[in-house]
Design a protein around this ligand. Structure first.
Ligand code: PRP
Ligand code: URA
Length: 206
């Protein structure tokens, strides 16, 4: 259920995200590009349905996407992945879930949610660059399941083994996509080597 996306361009762009000298503008651009590259792999198993259309030359039996796609960025940092994917799937609807980690307990706190009404029938992709303890992603997925989502994918850029294990345990039905699986979490729950605080780097806060 874990897919680590190996592609030279993905690796190259992730390296740029990791570098501490990468500024906010470059970080934002690169995260969007990286999410776009990941989109090819995360959409590989989307179901198709048969249709017959007419081309200028005649009839053609072909296929189109059978299911709608819903993107759920986890605020804030997941926002940086949305445009890269909607560039490829312009029809995707976008819901939002606001979560932050309590810095003492590392427990996720939900402060906002707004979802489209087609969660039950759609392929729902939860977007968050960082899968650290897995608390935020697991809580977001549980919340979406309560709202009816059934076909869920978790799309992150960097993951820690602890986070992957938590999602496997809590949500064995959810496929996880990562650009890289890093070594560990440090004592304050940051991924090492990771890329630092994704939300702060994306929005220029600290
Ligand atoms: C970061 C990140 C994830 C979460 C990962 O968000 O974007 O949502 O931490 O950590 P976890 O796997 O241990 O839950 P943060 O809480 O810093 O909020 P922000 O995006 O608003 O900065
Ligand atoms: N959230 C981040 O933004 N970075 C980490 O390394 C862990 C959690």
């Amino acid at each position: 259920m874990l897919n680590i996306l190996n592609h030279p361009l993905i690796t190259h762009k992730l390296t740029r995200l990791r570098k501490k000298e990468t500024n906010t503008r470059e970080f934002r651009e690169t995260l969007e590009e990286l999410a776009g590259l990941m989109a090819f792999e995360i959409t590989r198993d989307l179901p198709l349905r048969d249709i017959t259309i007419e081309t200028p030359m005649g009839m053609c039996n072909t296929q189109e996407l059978a299911r709608e796609v819903v993107l759920i960025p986890v605020l804030r940092a997941g926002l940086g992945m949305v445009n890269g994917i909607t560039n490829l799937i312009p029809s995707a609807r976008v819901g939002h879930i606001g979560m932050f980690r309590d810095h003492q307990t590392l427990e996720p706190q939900t402060y906002y949610s707004k979802f489209p009404d087609n969660l039950a029938s759609a392929t729902v992709m939860v977007l968050d660059p960082m899968l650290a303890t897995g608390g935020s992603a697991s809580a977001a997925i549980s919340f979406l399941k309560e709202k009816g989502a059934k076909n869920l994918k978790l799309v992150c850029v960097v993951g820690a083994p602890e986070g992957v294990e938590k999602i496997r345990r809590d949500h064995p039905d959810v496929r996880i996509y990562l650009a890289a699986l890093d070594e560990k979490l440090n004592e304050i729950g940051y991924i090492v080597p990771g890329l630092g605080d994704a939300g702060d780097r994306l929005f220029g806060t600290s």
